[in-house]
Ligand binder design. Structure first.
Ligand code: ATP
Length: 281
């Protein structure tokens, strides 16, 4: 029997994030277009004979015990086994933390997918998504593993099969932006919205036409540098630029690798920002 497995856990960006309503329990109804990119954490799971779950990560701001969302994923699957084995999880964190790139949710999904294999549970993608949504709203998307329209709190997923691949430059200005703070400060307005979003895109230009994120109305007034980064990316050749998720990471969409790499190199020199040139997956 397989004793250990390593899974790549990619980051995501939101090409679109509409907040369409607020639920009595404080959750928000969303409509998002979500895309994975090839900036990945590396999550290794090892089965051990002793019961218990250990998470080693070694990154400031990321809890190693029960507070780690990967720990919660492991418990949810170990609960379904009869034996008293345990699991040791090692996470090599390459995705910036609390950045709007979904790193924690992706680690969580990687553990669900990896342990399902290691433990031979045979759970379907749908079943793993059901386990995942209880752990974090973006987890089902990473289990799903395709570019998608995400609705509800993020658990109703429709695959978007025709979306062009693109080069992206990610710029994280390392600001302390908490997701909870963003949603608490969001004013729900009756903004004019497309009744439906297109479900296929021929070109990056078509994709750029629908870029939008309601959460920018909270973060940009508080942190104008987010808007400065968007402008810089466009000035350096991006076809479009947007904040991802609840921020503060901004991405620029580029038509070719060379322009993306040149823009990344310029931005990296400017300030103490995290900059990564990535491709859609
Ligand atoms: P989202 O876009 O889904 O809000 P995010 O990218 O903004 O996610 P994460 O990097 O997932 O944010 O981290 C949010 C918080 O979750 C962190 O402040 C951290 O304390 C906690 N956390 C728990 N487990 C993890 C993990 N495996 N990786 C990163 N953060 C984790």
């Amino acid at each position: 029997m397989l004793q250990s497995i390593t899974v790549q856990a990619p980051a995501k960006v939101n090409y679109r994030l509409d907040v369409v309503g607020r639920r009595p329990n404080g959750y928000h109804d969303l409509r998002m277009i979500m895309q994975r990119v090839n900036l990945c954490d590396e999550v290794t799971m090892r089965l051990v004979a002793r019961p218990g779950i250990k998470v080693a990560c070694g990154r400031d701001g990321v809890p190693e015990g029960e507070g780690n969302i990967a720990w919660k994923a492991a418990r949810a699957l170990l609960e379904r086994t009869a034996g008293d084995q345990g699991v040791e999880i090692g996470i090599v964190k390459n995705i910036p933390v609390a950045a709007g790139l979904g790193g924690g949710s992706s680690d969580c999904a990687a553990v669900l997918l990896g342990l399902n294999e290691l433990l031979g549970l045979g759970l379907s993608v749908e079943q793993l998504m059901e386990v995942g949504v209880k752990l974090g709203a973006d987890v089902p998307f990473f289990v799903f593993g395709q570019t998608a329209l995400a609705e509800g709190i993020g658990e109703r997923l429709t695959p978007l099969v025709k979306v062009p691949s693109a080069w992206l430059v990610l710029v994280n200005p390392n600001l302390p932006v908490s997701t909870a703070w963003v949603y608490q400060n969001l004013q729900l307005t009756q903004r004019e919205r497309l009744a439906t979003l297109p479900n296929s895109f021929e070109t990056v230009a078509e994709l750029c036409a629908i870029l939008g994120n309601d959460l920018e109305t909270v973060t940009i007034p508080a942190f104008p540098v987010i808007d400065e980064i968007k402008r810089s990316l466009v000035g350096l050749g991006a076809a479009g630029a947007l904040m991802s998720g609840s921020g503060p990471t901004v991405f620029g969409l580029f038509l070719d690798e060379t322009t993306a790499r040149q823009a990344g190199a310029v931005l990296e020199r400017q300030r103490d920002w995290f900059v990564a040139v990535v491709e859609t997956v």
